[in-house]
Design a protein around this ligand. Structure first.
Ligand code: URA
Length: 257
C-alpha cells in the first residue's frame, strides 16, 4: 500500500503499543532480525511504519489495536491512486475526506482507469490481497476499436508476452460490439468493441499492455470487480461506501484470515 510519511511511527514503538514486548525488548527483536514489515526483514533500528504496514515477529502477524475500516470507492478517471501526489493531482484520499481514519488503497488503478478500488487500514488483509500467491481475481471492462480477431482473443486468453514475461491465462469475453464512427460502411474496423477480462496478476498497466501487445490499444478501462467486490453500478464515480460484514468476511476468507 502507499506510504504516508506524516503518520508513521518507529517500529519498536508500534510493537510496544501492540503489546508484543517492551520498547527495549522490541529493539532487540528488531536487531535479531525477527521482525519483518510487509514481508521484508528489518534488522536495524530507525524504520518507521504506518497503520497500513503489515508487521510480523517470527513470522507471526502483529495485531494492531485500531478499529479496522473497509471502503469500496468507484475511482473516477483523472485521480491518482496514492495518498499524496508531488505533482498536486487529486488523489483517491481527497475523495474520502469524511472517512474518520486514514485508509490506504489496496493496489493501484492508473490515473486514466476508473472503477472498483478497495481502501482500508487493515494492513494484514491488504498485504495478502496484493500478494500474487492469493490470486485475487480482478475483472476489467475494456473498450477498444474492434472487431477483435479470434487469434487476438486466443492470445489474450492463453497469455501474452510482455517485456516483464508472459501473462498468466486470462478469461476474456466479448460484451458489446457497436459502431465507433458514423462513416463505418466502408471499413469494418471502425467499430467499438467492449470486452471483459479477468486476471489474477497485478502488474503495472497490465491490461493496457496486454491489449496493445495484440494490436488493440485500450480506449477506455474500468475495473468492475475486485475479488468478491463489485460496485454493480450503485456508486457514481467518486462515491464510496463501507463494506458490509459479509463482504469483509469474504475477503478475509479469500486471504486465508
Ligand atoms: N491494468 C491496467 O492496464 N490499468 C489499470 O489501472 C489496472 C489494470
Amino acid at each position: 500500500m502507499a506510504q504516508d510519511k506524516e503518520n508513521r511511527e518507529r517500529l519498536q514503538k508500534v510493537l510496544a503499543q501492540a503489546g508484543v514486548a517492551s520498547r527495549r525488548h522490541a529493539e532487540q527483536l528488531i536487531l535479531e532480525g525477527r521482525v519483518s514489515v510487509n514481508g521484508v526483514k528489518i534488522p536495524a533500528l530507525g524504520h518507521k511504519v504506518g497503520t497500513e504496514d503489515y508487521i510480523e515477529v517470527d513470522g507471526k502477524p502483529v495485531q494492531r489495536s485500531e478499529k479496522l475500516h473497509y471502503y469500496l470507492l468507484n475511482k473516477p478517471v483523472s485521480v491518482i491512486t496514492s495518498v499524496n501526489d508531488p505533482q498536486g493531482r487529486p488523489t483517491v484520499i481527497d475523495l474520502m475526506k469524511e472517512v474518520p481514519v486514514r485508509v490506504y488503497p489496496v493496489g493501484r488503478l492508473d490515473y486514466d482507469t476508473s472503477g472498483a478500488l478497495l481502501l482500508t487500514n487493515d494492513g494484514e488483509l491488504a498485504h495478502r490481497l496484493m500478494h500474487p500467491s492469493y490470486g485475487v481475481e480482478k475483472t476489467y471492462r475494456v473498450w477498444v476499436q474492434g472487431p477483435v480477431g479470434i487469434s487476438a482473443l486466443d492470445n489474450l486468453r492463453q497469455g501474452v508476452l510482455l517485456e516483464d514475461g508472459n501473462t498468466a491465462p486470462a478469461i476474456v469475453e466479448r460484451v458489446v460490439c457497436g459502431v465507433l464512427k458514423k462513416s463505418t460502411e466502408k471499413s469494418k474496423s471502425d467499430r467499438l468493441e467492449i470486452l471483459e477480462v479477468t486476471i489474477h496478476e497485478g502488474r503495472n498497466r497490465q491490461v493496457r499492455r496486454m491489449f496493445a501487445a495484440v494490436g488493440y490499444p485500450v480506449l477506455k478501462l474500468e475495473r468492475v470487480r475486485f475479488g468478491s467486490l463489485s460496485q454493480g453500478n450503485t456508486l457514481r464515480p467518486g462515491a464510496y461506501r463501507a463494506l458490509t460484514k459479509e463482504e469483509i468476511q469474504e475477503l478475509r476468507t479469500k486471504a486465508g484470515l
